[in-house]
Design a binder for this molecule. Structure first.
Ligand code: B30
Ligand code: ZN
Length: 284
């Protein structure tokens, strides 16, 4: 179900034509080059403990999904409501602490980047939304190594510690909140039109990145009718070195001698893509 793409190969050359598009992710985010705008975020249910979650090693990342439906309303100054429903979160990391995040912020590349993937509520499912130009919204945050474990991340990492080492193994998790995985201050954040960072690289993601503050149950995002967007928070989230190392223990093969028992998942981040003519917005 996951195709045969790998990191480090030329995706457009291997049949993933959209990966050669003009609005690809990730990109370099630079505060001083971004256009300031009044933006608000409205999160609903982000602090609600999730009772039933599953964590899964799908061979190229660790992914967490929930049984609950989290509805996120996204709107901005001049627009109508755009509710997005949370689908899954996953991580990108490196083989050492100097690399791992997909986006860079003012030249900083973190050891880990989290993606919270949402789909537009006007579509009946994630799959239906995924290739639509207004289908997806991904929240991203970069992490930073700290001498102390983050207490919220500890809860989450107890889950990640139990992430099955091998591909296609899943586990049911203890409860935790989505909010605990994001920076304490959600503003400022960056927003731009982008794509999935893995094949098929659909340009259906508006990215927003949070620079710093967060208001409990709600958030707001502006969205052009015809674009995906990505949002990336400017502030980082702390993670302990030992916690970070847990990610590197995951293996991309199944538990079988012949099929890459020794291969671990790391450096599962895509190189920076050209910004081209895109505007990058930063929340005021
Ligand atoms: S990302 O946030 O831009 N890194 C998908 C969602 C978000 C991102 C990248 C990809 C996605 O849903 N892709 C399609 C489903 N697949 C298939 C795949 O290509 O390989 C992902 C999956 O596991 O669930 Cu593996
Ligand atoms: Zn991702």
């Amino acid at each position: 179900p996951h195709g045969h793409w790998h990191y480090g190969t030329n995706w457009p050359h291997h049949g993933y034509k959209k990966c050669g598009g003009q609005q690809q992710s990730p990109i370099r985010l630079i505060s001083s080059d971004a256009t300031g705008e009044e933006l608000h975020l409205n999160f609903r249910n982000y602090r609600k403990p999730i009772k039933l979650a599953y964590i899964e090693n799908n061979g190229h990342t660790v992914q967490i999904g929930f049984s609950d439906k989290f509805i996120i309303t996204v709107y901005g100054s001049a627009s109508n409501f755009k509710p997005y429903i949370f689908k899954q979160l996953h991580f990108h990391w490196g083989s050492y602490n100097g690399v791992g995040s997909e986006h860079t912020i003012d030249g900083y590349r973190g050891p880990l980047e989290i993606h919270l993937v949402h789909y537009n509520r006007k579509y009946s499912s994630f799959d239906e939304a995924a290739d639509k130009t207004d289908g997806l919204m991904v929240l991203g945050a970069l992490y930073k190594i700290s001498s102390r474990n983050n207490r919220f991340m500890s809860t989450v990492m107890s889950l990640v510690r139990s992430v099955p080492k091998y591909k296609d193994k899943a586990l049911i998790l203890q409860s935790f909140t989505l909010r605990s995985l994001l920076p304490s201050r959600l503003k400022p954040f960056f927003v731009y039109d982008g794509s999935l960072t893995t094949p098929p690289c659909y340009e259906s993601v508006h990215w927003y990145r949070m620079k710093s503050s967060f208001h409990l149950s709600q958030y707001i995002i502006r969205n052009n009718e015809n674009n995906y967007f990505r949002l990336v928070f400017k502030n980082t989230v702390n993670i302990g070195n030992a916690q970070e190392k847990q990610f590197r223990k995951c293996r991309s093969g199944d538990n079988n001698r012949k099929t890459g028992l020794k291969k671990t998942i790391s450096n599962n981040f895509r190189p920076l893509q050209a910004t081209n003519e895109r505007q990058i917005t930063i929340s005021a």
